[in-house]
Design a protein. Structure first.
Length: 284
């Protein structure tokens, strides 16, 4: 059987662990080239790790392989965009305009596996949405199962946030743009897979019994801190039924303590209708 993660591999070679257990193996630590003395390109936000090339590359903040699926006439819609576009809460922007030269060629290529993993995860979510629609619209019984890695999505969203900050695209409560020096000290190491983000930082997902399944498209934006200020607390990305929130500030002291918010916890969607069943598993 082909693995439900979408890798194209057989299940027993990929995510099947036996005894009824599934686990999507996340992308491992990114091995950056080592050099001594280190080659530094001051325009690359990973320059502190050395190994930079002199060439800068255009990098899509949200991977192009994801944007292309949800764009309408090559335009994407960004909600909760006040921290991006001078107070506008909803904007439309071209796919190829949502880019910046923030990574050198070497480091952009090194992070390619994260973009690929995110593309694979969102393909699985899209397949889930299509299958849910099928069981609602058709009388034919259908059973399907999809699986993704939560750690891959978390690290990819850290990449998105770091890119936006490095490009000067996010403003804080004072109206000044966030700088790389404003990021939590662990963020770049977490992006590379060298460490885990300490609480409250990290990826959260919201789900509860009786939740309405939203089959809409992509929604992307920022969230504010819980202290009533306009400061940036994190990124929000919704695709179909999945609402992913990446907390990016240690000042987020009341981060989702309600029991329906989950951080680094394997969980499942399980949609049943008649003789049909559609399931999705996010693993850690």
């Amino acid at each position: 059987m082909e693995c439900p993660c979408g890798s194209g591999e057989k299940s027993y070679k990929c995510c099947w662990r036996g005894n009824g257990c599934w686990e999507k193996t996340p992308v491992g630590a990114i091995n950056l080239p080592s050099d001594n003395p280190p080659s530094v390109n001051g325009r690359c936000y990973l320059s502190s790790f050395g190994g930079c090339s002199s060439k800068m590359t255009r990098d899509h903040f949200v991977s192009k392989n994801i944007l292309a699926r949800v764009a309408t006439n090559s335009l994407i819609t960004i909600e909760n965009a006040g921290h991006f576009f001078r107070g506008k809460e909803r904007v439309e922007i071209g796919i190829d305009d949502f880019v910046a030269k923030v990574l050198c060629d070497t480091h952009n290529g090194a992070l390619g596996p994260l973009d690929a993993a995110a593309g694979l995860a969102f393909s699985a979510i899209e397949a889930l949405v299509k299958d849910v629609k099928k069981i609602a619209d058709e009388k034919k019984a259908l059973e399907s199962f999809h699986i993704s890695s939560g750690l891959d999505i978390e690290r990819w969203m850290i990449k998105v946030f770091c890119g936006l900050v490095a490009a000067g695209r996010i403003r804080g409560s004072s109206g000044q743009t966030l700088q790389l020096s404003d990021l939590p000290s662990c963020f770049l190491d977490a992006l590379l897979g060298n460490t885990s983000s300490p609480s409250p930082l990290g990826l959260y997902q919201n789900t509860f019994v009786g939740q309405t399944l939203n089959l809409g498209g992509l929604s992307f934006g920022t969230i504010k801190l819980t202290d009533g200020s306009d400061a940036v607390g994190g990124l929000l990305l919704s695709l179909g039924p999945m609402n992913f929130v990446l907390i990016t500030s240690m000042a987020y002291g009341q981060a989702f303590r309600e029991p329906n918010w989950y951080r680094h916890q394997t969980f499942a969607w399980n949609v049943k209708q008649g003789n049909s069943r559609v399931a999705y598993l996010l693993t850690y």
